[in-house]
Design a protein around this ligand. Structure first.
Ligand code: NAD
Ligand code: TYD
Length: 353
């Protein structure tokens, strides 16, 4: 079969990448998608079972920090576009081991952009590099205000600083070499297939197992939650219709204090598990706060709505219920991803907290 074009998606075996591939592979049968992923602890090919036999899907095991892996994939598949999601993505791990984040998120992004220049020979007609980033690059808000595309960068964790550095590199390659880029900065995602080191799947797993629910500090930190399939649809719109050189903020218009979110999730889980009211809530345990814990993130996604017509599709209650149901129906997945080094991470991070 011949394809009209080839898009290489990095980090496609991870949480957001697997949702993006599922959307794109089904929606664009004339385009070939190459999933370039190193399969770190966060990458899991089981996330892609339903599309792995599609003709327009290929998996390539490679590390973005390795020029030879990246060049091999470019030589073999000659991609016209890159959507770059591969990253170390968990703030708590970045506090434990910042260099891993600098290596993957900064160096890895540089290696990819160098490969674009080299293989596209600085002839960028019909080419595009979409860099998928986070709202955490903008730092922390007080009680008021929102992040927009013009907010000054002020990253405060090793994770957000490494993502901010990668954003700056991508902008620099655009301004210096004319690399045709778009950048998107999204708020916190939730949904199926998220590794249970992040708040929502961690709490769901602990509720199922009737283990303590570790809320950092007083639980007053605020995040703006977006259903992962809505993030994937926003990336689709920005990759295809976004203006070259522009940045787009993506958010859920859905702010929650952690403690309120965890209490809502407890209610949803009690209902789904058929347990008496307030069973899960009794498991809430306040633990030592995260170092440098950003107080509040919130996105104003007006630009994306007015210029490209994108809006979130679900209410939080609908999305949270769908998400909880997925984890309950896929406990084998949860067991599989938590069977390896996860136990060690969990004990190191939460015991004695
Ligand atoms: P994830 O941790 O679930 O997945 C990351 C994927 O990247 C994994 O499949 C992993 O194997 C792969 N990877 C890691 N290092 C690699 C390397 N050196 N070479 C090749 N592949 C490598 O992450 P996620 O939550 O899906 O996030 C994806 C992207 O979206 C990241 O860039 C993240 O910064 C950004 N983002 C995430 C969120 C969120 O809430 N999760 C919000 C906004 C932006
Ligand atoms: P997380 O899912 O790690 O995303 P991020 O730090 O990128 O926003 O955490 C979301 C919020 O939940 C954050 O304020 C930290 C908090 N949190 C807890 O209170 N307990 C936990 O066990 C985890 C993982 C996070």
């Amino acid at each position: 079969m011949t394809f009209e074009r080839t898009i290489l998606i990095t980090g496609g075996a991870g949480f957001i990448g697997s949702h993006l591939l599922r959307l794109m592979v089904n929606k664009y049968p004339q385009t070939r998608f190459v999933n370039f992923d190193a399969l770190t602890y966060a990458g899991n090919l089981a996330n892609l079972h339903d599309i792995e036999s599609k003709e327009n899907y290929i998996f390539f095991k490679g590390d973005i920090t390795s020029p030879s892996d990246v060049n091999e994939a470019f030589d073999k598949y000659v991609p016209d576009g890159i959507i770059h999601l591969a990253a170390e993505s968990h703030v708590d791990r970045s506090i434990e081991d910042p260099l891993a984040f600098i290596r993957t998120n900064v160096l890895g992004t540089g290696v990819l952009m160098n490969a674009c220049r080299q293989h596209w020979k600085d002839n960028f007609e019909g080419k595009r590099f979409h860099h998928v980033s986070t709202d955490e690059v903008f730092g922390s808000l007080g009680a008021e205000g929102f992040f927009t595309e013009t907010t000054a960068y002020d990253p405060r964790s090793p994770y957000s600083a490494s993502k901010a550095s990668s954003d700056h590199l991508v902008s620099a390659y655009h301004h210096t070499y004319g690399l045709p880029v778009v950048i998107s900065n999204c708020s916190n995602n939730y949904g199926s297939h998220q590794f249970p080191e992040k708040l929502i799947p961690l709490m769901i797993r602990n509720i199922i197992q009737e283990k303590p629910l570790p809320v950092y500090g007083e639980g007053i930190n605020v995040r703006d939650w977006l259903f992962v399939e809505d993030h994937a649809s926003a990336i689709d719109v920005i990759f295809h219709k976004g203006i070259e050189g522009e940045t787009y903020c993506i958010g859920g218009e859905n702010e929650w204090r952690n403690i309120d979110l965890v209490k809502l999730l407890c209610k949803v889980m009690d209902t789904l598990l058929g347990r008496p009211d307030a069973s899960a809530e009794q498991l809430i345990t306040f633990v030592k706060d995260r170092a440098g814990h950003d107080l509040r993130y919130a996105i104003d996604a007006t630009k994306l709505a007015t210029e490209l017509g994108w809006r979130p599709s679900l209410t939080f209650e609908e999305g949270l219920r769908k998400t909880a149901e997925w984890y309950l129906n896929n406990q084998a997945w949860l067991e599989e991803v938590t069977s390896g080094s996860y136990q060690e991470y969990y004990e190191r991070h939460y015991l004695n907290r």
